[in-house]
Design a protein around this ligand. Sequence first.
Ligand SMILES: Cc1cc2nc3c(=O)[nH]c(=O)nc-3n(C[C@H](O)[C@H](O)[C@H](O)COP(=O)(O)OP(=O)(O)OC[C@H]3O[C@@H](n4cnc5c(N)ncnc54)[C@H](O)[C@@H]3O)c2cc1C
Length: 144
Amino acid sequence: MNRTTIGASGGNGVHATAKFDAVVIGAGVAELYQLYPLREFGLHVRAIDAALGVGGTRYWNRYPGARVDSEGYVYPYILSESLYKGWSRSEKCLSQPEIERWLNYVADELDLRKDIQFGMTVQSAHFNEAAERSVVAINKCPSG
Ligand SMILES: Cc1cc2nc3c(=O)[nH]c(=O)nc-3n(C[C@H](O)[C@H](O)[C@H](O)COP(=O)(O)OP(=O)(O)OC[C@H]3O[C@@H](n4cnc5c(N)ncnc54)[C@H](O)[C@@H]3O)c2cc1C
């Protein structure tokens, strides 16, 4: 397969490409959920996030008092039963730091980081019909 090419250009004009079966944009709660099964299907996948860590909105929104307003097991992942054996939450409506810890725990337990590129922004993505290939252009974030 390998129908997706990622092209990365650096500040020095160097251009590197790599081929993947699928590209996931982001490493938030939904994207971690996408990445794992795609990889389990045997696909060569790469997730890309402008952030320097997992969590998405939970990475970026870390102002004092940030938390969910839903009770219950926030962001449950039915991907792996074993995930829940080593984790217990401390309160009903979790605070941002605890959610971020949970998402980092998920990333570590499922060994997701090896397939995530942090500190890179997806600039464009288009399908090249002639080549029958998607082309995704990424750039290093100024802060990354
Ligand atoms: C304070 C707060 C409280 C909330 N409370 C609740 C609640 O109680 N219950 C509930 O269900 N939901 C709640 N939400 C909403 C919930 O957290 C979000 O809906 C959810 O986290 C979205 O996850 P996501 O993975 O889809 O996207 P995001 O978390 O937004 O992650 C997307 C990621 O993609 C990256 N990205 C995007 N575009 C690019 C690009 N071009 N290149 C590189 N990277 C890119 C971003 O950097 C980001 O890290 C709350 C949100 C906030 C902020």
